[in-house]
Design a protein around this ligand. Structure first.
Ligand code: TYD
Length: 137
């Protein structure tokens, strides 16, 4: 479970054969929480910066199912880390408490996001200063 406590690139199970590849994300494995929502980003302009928020309780797994993009994470306590997602067979775990931006979207890229909660606006922190105060409290 340590790979879900801090942002980590994990393997996404996949079945490869001569007809292509099939990736699988299920509740329990590799997603160790209730899998309550899946959403996806596509048609994102290459200059767009998405995200710019943090979650108080949500656990996510982010997969570049097509193309590539970058996920930039900030724990509000001076630690930042960026991950370039380039392959459907890797996913980035994002625990609660990380300010995230997504940028550098390649043409035709798509981000598939697996989430432990349904859409809950009150779980979002959308103001960076408020996030830092929350993270350091
Ligand atoms: P937003 O969280 O701002 O997108 P991103 O962080 O990827 O840049 O969400 C964009 C819009 O979509 C906003 O109006 C909220 C809405 N939305 C839903 O209705 N349901 C969802 O599950 C998500 C993630 C967003």
């Amino acid at each position: 479970m340590t790979e879900w406590a801090t942002p980590t690139l994990i393997d996404v199970p996949a079945v490869h054969d001569e007809l292509g590849a099939l990736g699988v994300v299920e509740k329990d494995y590799p997603f160790p929480y209730d899998l309550k929502r899946v959403y996806f980003l596509y048609d994102v302009p290459s200059k767009a910066v998405r995200g710019s928020h943090a979650h108080k309780a949500l656990h996510q797994l982010i997969v570049a199912v097509s193309g590539s993009f970058r996920v930039n994470l900030d724990d509000g306590r001076g630690n930042t880390e960026s991950f370039q997602l380039t392959s459907p067979d890797k996913g980035l775990t994002v625990p609660p408490g990380y300010w995230r931006t997504l940028d550098n979207f390649s043409s035709g890229s798509a981000a598939l996001v697996f989430a432990s909660e349904v859409y809950t606006p009150s779980d979002y922190i959308r103001d960076y200063d408020e996030f830092v105060a929350w993270a350091q409290a």
